[in-house]
Ligand binder design. Structure first.
Ligand code: NAD
Length: 481
């Protein structure tokens, strides 16, 4: 099966509905569990990026004029096809990204759901009609697609990060150039082929992989025909792209890094809190922007909670994602492995105790032991994304202190709180400076919900009713009756 699935993945550049070989240079795609090369794919140049934009621009007008029902039906057919081929997609995700197969199947369900959700939203785009307050004019608003959009995605959810952008753009009538992460491009390539086979017209979706993202991005972002940039990835790269996008005053959506707190109050149901933390921490091996990065526990339950979490994390089976027994896969590359080792060492240097794990595991592959740290009294955790299976536990004494500590970060993406007191849940949810708050659960992503952050976690929302707005302009027409 593993060889078969690789054979069905196109390896070229998708430009104007054709798979092109590119200039001859290739990017090797590595399996992080074995360090073996899975495939060689075409390495796009800035000129390829410009050709992809030519194709997107050429397709824009007729695509915008296509009936919303037809756009929706293309998405629905793609949903059916991704679902029918879910085992292939899941295996591909595991091979190039590393997560265990069971989690990859979860990503396929989640990722496909954006295709279904936006197939339904495509026919619900509407404007408004109003009489002006003084009664002298009529105010008509109509929605129009933003236009050709450049999409940049990360490696950690190779299917879902693409469908979360592509599906609303298709529904709204925008054409696109997608640049997947060079670390996990194969899933996006197969997804693009599925969309093409589902009837997406030539040029609506173009895909260019490249080993030189800065040059390729600079080329497309400086082209005045581009209308929008949507980016998911690290805050540092996002900041750079926001600046670059200002040159053409592009519409911009940014889904950036996170530093999610998990707050466990003294009145929490501890069974749920332990499970919720495991979900929030260990999904994707901790390599999620929504991953628990700090665990704040009320001092009355901190000892028992930390002990239970350490037992649960310590018993997780680590191994290649293709092994059915593996519960935690490798991290993405040696840089991620080195960073985790450094952060754990620095924390221990500040007096933290290691309750379980604490180090990299023998290779091949980039494996790190699930780790629980108990921070020393008064020690500060750095405002850095761990992006791996490490859970630092610290304590608080009052509700105020919990909120202050939770908000003490430049990020504002996901947060979680565990409490059985409804008043407290509402009070704390109102004060948390995060775009998303999970209450008594550790998984909050849902295609029907608006996903996104505040502060340096970005702006704009993906999914939910809001998701399609990112790809629509509002036009106002004033009419004298
Ligand atoms: P990254 O920022 O290194 O890369 C993201 C993408 O940007 C990749 O496709 C990469 O090739 C491209 N890129 C890198 N430098 C570029 C440049 N100069 N110009 C243009 N493109 C460039 O991030 P990553 O390591 O792939 O992903 C992990 C990060 O993504 C984490 O910070 C995580 O929190 C974040 N993330 C956020 C969300 C969200 O929805 N908020 C979701 C998933 C991941």
């Amino acid at each position: 099966m593993s060889i078969e699935v690789l054979e069905s993945v196109p390896t070229g550049l998708l430009i104007g509905g054709e798979w092109r070989p590119g200039s001859g240079a290739t990017i090797a795609v590595e399996n992080p569990a074995t360090q073996a090369t899975l495939a060689q794919i075409a390495d796009g140049t800035p000129e390829d990026m410009a050709a992809a934009l030519d194709a997107a621009v050429a397709a824009q007008d007729s695509w915008a004029a296509t009936a919303p029902r037809e756009r929706g039906e293309i998405l629905r057919r793609a949903f059916d096809e991704v679902t029918r081929r879910s085992e292939e997609f899941a295996l591909l995700i595991t091979l190039e990204m590393g997560k265990p197969l069971a989690e990859s199947r979860g990503e396929v369900r989640y990722g496909a759901e954006f295709l279904r959700w936006f197939s339904e939203e495509a026919v619900r785009v509407a404007g408004s009609w109003q009489t002006s307050p003084e009664g002298t004019t009529r105010l008509l608003t109509m929605k129009a697609p933003v236009g050709p959009t450049f999409m940049v995605t990360p490696w950690n959810f190779p299917l879902a990060m693409a469908t979360r952008k592509v599906a609303p753009a298709v529904a709204a009538g925008c054409t696109m150039v997608l640049k997947p992460s060079e670390l996990t491009p194969l899933t996006s390539l197969l997804f693009a082929e599925v969309l093409r086979a589902s009837g997406l017209p030539d040029g609506v979706l173009n895909v260019v992989n490249t080993s030189d993202a800065p040059s390729a991005s600079a080329r497309i972002l400086s082209d005045p025909r581009l209308r929008k940039l949507t980016f998911t990835g690290s805050t540092a790269v996002g900041q750079h792209l926001i600046k670059a996008a200002s040159e053409q005053v592009l519409r911009v959506s940014m889904e950036l890094g996170g530093n999610a707190p998990v707050i466990v109050f003294g009145d929490a149901d501890l069974d749920r809190a332990v499970q919720g933390l495991l979900d929030a921490k260990m999904r994707n091996g901790g390599q999620a922007c929504t991953a628990a990065n700090r665990v704040l526990v009320h001092e009355s339950v901190a000892d028992v909670f930390a002990k239970r979490v350490a037992e649960a994390m310590g018993s997780l089976r680590v191994g290649p994602g293709t092994e059915p027994t593996s519960q935690v896969g490798p991290v993405i590359d040696h840089r991620a492995l080195d960073k985790l080792g450094r952060l754990v060492e620095e924390s221990a240097g500040r007096g933290s105790s290691v309750l379980t794990g604490g180090q990299a595991l023998p290779g091949p592959g980039y494996f790190f032991a699930p780790t629980v740290l108990r921070l020393a009294e008064g020690s500060e955790q750095s405002d850095e994304e761990l992006f791996g299976p490490v859970a630092p536990v610290e304590t608080f004494a009052t509700e105020d202190e919990a909120v202050t500590k939770a908000n003490a970060t430049r990020y504002g993406l996901a947060s979680y709180l565990f409490s059985t007191d409804l008043g407290r849940v509402l009070r704390v949810a109102e004060r948390l400076e995060f775009g998303m708050i999970g209450v008594n659960q550790g998984i909050i992503s849902n295609a029907a919900a608006p996903f996104g952050g505040v502060k340096q976690s970005g702006f704009g929302r993906e999914g939910g009713r809001e998701g399609i707005d990112e790809y629509l302009e509002t036009k106002y027409v004033g009419i004298a009756p």
